[in-house]
Design a protein around this ligand. Structure first.
Ligand SMILES: CC(C)(COP(=O)(O)OP(=O)(O)OC[C@H]1O[C@@H](n2cnc3c(N)ncnc32)[C@H](O)[C@@H]1OP(=O)(O)O)[C@@H](O)C(=O)NCCC(=O)NCCS
Length: 132
């Protein structure tokens, strides 16, 4: 069965990255480690930023990050992204994270939200203007 797009998600968000949460990604309580979720969010945001920048970017800031609900082993984690601001060399990306539980729970859970800033870089690793 296809995974439904979460209903409250505004049109501007696109599905950028989807990954399954595995046992190796848990903390010692058996829940998925927050740092793993942050890493997936950074990857998702960078995919959109690289596309917008048409080249290399670096994460310069995590402006907001909120864990809303637990992620469980076996969840399919979907990161939806949208650009919230284009600066001279910076790209601010909003990320909404949803988890689909396997088998017995048809609901799609909103598990995290974040805002990250990326900077377009030249070959020497210096900020460069974002092409428009
Ligand atoms: C990214 C980096 C090259 C920026 O260098 P810098 O000297 O801060 O460059 P600038 O001051 O010109 O800032 C570049 C842009 O980043 C923005 N920026 C810098 N720090 C920021 C912060 N804390 N929050 C939001 N935006 C920030 C600036 O506003 C500017 O945006 P604009 O060009 O759209 O106006 C440098 O900070 C760096 O290499 N950081 C390490 C990046 C990294 O290793 N990330 C993790 C792995 S990807």
């Amino acid at each position: 069965m296809p995974i439904e797009r979460p209903v409250p998600l505004p049109e501007e968000y696109e599905l950028t990255y989807r990954v399954a949460a595995m046992p190796a990604d848990t903390n010692y309580h058996g829940d998925i480690f927050g740092g793993w979720i942050m890493s997936q969010v950074d990857i998702a945001g960078s995919v959109l930023a690289v596309r917008e920048a048409r080249g290399r970017v670096a994460t310069v800031a995590v402006k907001e990050f909120r864990f809303i609900e637990r992620v469980l082993v076996g969840d399919l984690v979907s990161c939806y992204t949208a650009i919230s601001r284009l600066g001279h060399s910076s790209i601010t990306v909003k990320v909404e994270v949803y988890a689909s539980r396997q088998f017995d729970d048809p609901a799609v859970h909103r598990v995290a939200e974040a805002v990250l800033v990326y900077v377009a870089l030249d070959h020497e690793g210096r900020p460069r203007p974002v092409k428009r």
